[in-house]
Design a protein around this ligand. Sequence first.
Ligand SMILES: NC(=O)c1ccc[n+]([C@@H]2O[C@H](COP(=O)([O-])OP(=O)(O)OC[C@H]3O[C@@H](n4cnc5c(N)ncnc54)[C@H](O)[C@@H]3O)[C@@H](O)[C@H]2O)c1
Length: 273
Amino acid sequence: MDWNGHVAIVTGAGSGIGQGVAECFAEAGAEVVIAELNRSRGQAVAEDLQKRYGKGLFLQTDVSKDADCKAVIQYAVQTCGHLDTLVNNAGVNFVKPTLEMDLADWDRVVNVDLRGTFLCSRYALEVMARQRHGNIINIASVHTLATLPEAAPYAAAKGGVVALTRALAIEFAALGIRVNAVSPGLTDTQIWQDIQNAATDAEEVRRHWFDNIPMERVQSSREVGNVALFLASDQSSYITGANIVTDGGMTAQLTSRTRYASKPLEGKAQGRD
Ligand SMILES: NC(=O)c1ccc[n+]([C@@H]2O[C@H](COP(=O)([O-])OP(=O)(O)OC[C@H]3O[C@@H](n4cnc5c(N)ncnc54)[C@H](O)[C@@H]3O)[C@@H](O)[C@H]2O)c1
């Protein structure tokens, strides 16, 4: 596919997965608008993409704000003439016991992860409906399939993102617009560094996680970026309303393998008592 002239917005592309997605699009030849809250990080990524691929624009954007979402879609269309792809990647998460949470905790996650995805999509769809063409890709999470304790707002917001993906997919399919979600498992970003740094034994932490990931590694941000690129391409022309999981087999597995996998099943386990 020829990506020259393709215009993509990637939210939260100042670091992590969003940066990987932006790199994949720019490397392919697309123009990429970095819609990022953190000015210095967003600008640095846009400058880097300009240097390496001659692509990369930046607009400071807070996706939880209605006016910012409207502005970044307008900016892309005014600067580049049209909009082919929106990648809703900006997201926040934290872990806290539910009984210690207040409304601000809930809003902090839901307003960025779910409301931000809705707002950017809503303004992008206005343009895409006129064009009779477009792609929206929502970065969800494996938390849409299974989750961890003390992550209720995140699991709820990301579950909402997948439901929103289906709702928009069926509403806009006849207009030539496809809407899909990508659900990454553990990815080599700041959160993975934080998990290891917080541990007294980083090797033990890695072993724990790799016991729970059949492919025994975390993925790179660009591995998520490649899935997004595929969903924005003609190679996926009949896929809409899907939630594509890229997790090294994590959610296909019932429990960690090393402790139980090699032991033969006998007695009660086979129902003979
Ligand atoms: N890292 C993982 O293992 C993982 C796994 C599954 C899903 N995800 C999802 O992938 C997405 C990216 O995660 P990441 O780990 O790369 O995160 P990250 O924290 O490294 O990057 C997120 C970026 O979004 C920006 N951002 C935060 N709030 C924003 C706002 N209101 N408006 C615009 N930008 C904002 C941040 O400044 C940051 O640059 C998130 O939606 C996350 O939920 C991550």
